[in-house]
Design a protein around this ligand. Structure first.
Ligand SMILES: *Cc1c(COP(=O)(O)O)cnc(C)c1O
Length: 362
């Protein structure tokens, strides 16, 4: 039990900006003078229309999107997108390239294959336990899209730059680094991100998709599995997750007005990551698990000399008010997730704790 909020390094669901949580709290019982909670208001009301339209407008401004792109909110998480992407974009004769950089990429490939789609895994770092981002990839110029995972939440790697795929659009799972940095949008046909890492609570996935791709192969698909349904109805074909979209809207407002946009966010995120990797690089005690040129600015993964020490580290950190430092159950070790909402003070506190822990146990 703790009376106070902790420094939250959870991988997802993860920390939200404190000003956003306070705003939600302040207007939770009576949303903008409606006399109702946002959870009690029709999704067809003027109130909710303003929420979803403002969220879309802010996403457009933050990313510099032009009218070629639609901004959608879809339930089912990023995991549903693993299936919706090949369903909507690939016909029986079409092929898509996939790059396998970890657990989530593996799942995306599995879903496309389960649908009987033609998938070419053009690069993989599996033989090195997904510890690096592949380079010099032989992409197929005839592919409909190239799928990649921009940030590998579990393995702690990230594409620092996106590969040259020629005229083939990139479809990116950006669940764990969406809106953490500016993006070269002209390279992307689609971006999707489950909200619960970097942009909001669980329950909604944000999708940015180029409209010319929308109608590719959607014919015959169930209504709720077609991107076109969401694009035509401003994500309001059926009842959307209103509360989740509202909180995403507030996070985007915070990003735009308080942080000052994606370039400013990127600079802060780089400073945070640098502080942690410096401790790891200067120590024999902490060992980073990702190749230095592939390191994630969002999920910093590291090991200690023994599993017993890792357990002790996670427990003592929590006693010191630093939570969520246990690595994913599939890989063990430790992981500090430092998404947009985790401030530099939290990272500085963690760095001090790490140095002190090493002194006492190294
Ligand atoms: C968490 C995560 C997912 C899974 O997201 P869900 O919303 O739980 O389906 C997919 N991809 C990446 C990169 C993730 O970090």
């Amino acid at each position: 039990m703790t009376e106070q909020r902790i420094h939250n390094f959870n991988a997802g669901p993860a920390a939200l900006p404190l000003p956003v949580l306070k705003e939600v709290q302040a207007e939770f019982l009576n949303y903008h003078g409606s006399g109702m909670s946002i959870c009690e208001i029709s999704h067809r009301s003027k109130w909710f229309d303003d929420v979803i339209n403002d969220a879309v407008a802010r996403a457009r401004r933050l990313l510099g999107l032009d009218e070629r792109y639609a901004v959608l909110f879809i339930q089912g998480g990023a995991s549903l997108q693993f299936a919706m992407v090949p369903m909507n974009f690939l016909g029986p004769e079409d092929t898509a390239d996939y790059v396998n950089t970890g657990t989530w990429a593996t799942k995306a490939i599995k879903e496309a294959k389960a649908l009987g789609k033609r998938v070419a895994v053009v690069a993989s770092s599996e033989e090195e336990n997904f510890s690096y981002i592949p380079r010099a990839i032989p992409f197929n110029s005839g592919a409909v899209y190239v799928h990649l995972t921009s940030n590998n939440t579990i393995k702690g790697t990230q594409w620092a730059e996106f590969p040259d795929t020629g005229t083939v659009p990139i479809v990116a799972d950006m669940s764990s680094d969406f809106l953490s940095r500016p993006l070269p949008m002209e390279r992307f046909g689609m971006i999707y991100a489950g909200a619960q890492k970097n942009i909001g609570p669980a329950g909604v996935c944000m999708v940015i998709v180029r409209r010319d791709l929308l109608e590719r192969k959607a014919e015959g698909l169930p209504t709720m599995l077609r991107y076109a349904t969401y694009a035509e109805k401003n994500s309001l074909y059926n009842t959307p997750p209103c509360l989740a979209i509202y909180i995403v809207q507030l996070v985007l407002k915070w990003l735009e007005e308080t942080v000052g946009g994606l370039a400013a966010m990127d600079e802060i995120n780089r400073r945070k990551a640098k502080l942690l990797y410096q401790v790891i690089d200067l120590s024999e005690f902490y060992q980073g698990t990702a190749a230095a040129d592939s390191r994630s600015l969002m999920n910093v993964t590291f090991r200690l000399p023994s599993e017993a020490l890792e357990k002790k580290f996670v427990a003592e950190a929590l006693d010191a008010g630093l939570g969520g430092l246990k690595g994913h159950r599939s890989v063990g070790g430790c992981r500090a997730s430092i998404y947009n909402a985790t401030g530099i003070e939290a990272v500085e506190t963690l760095v001090d704790f790490m140095k002190d822990f090493e002194k006492r146990n190294g």
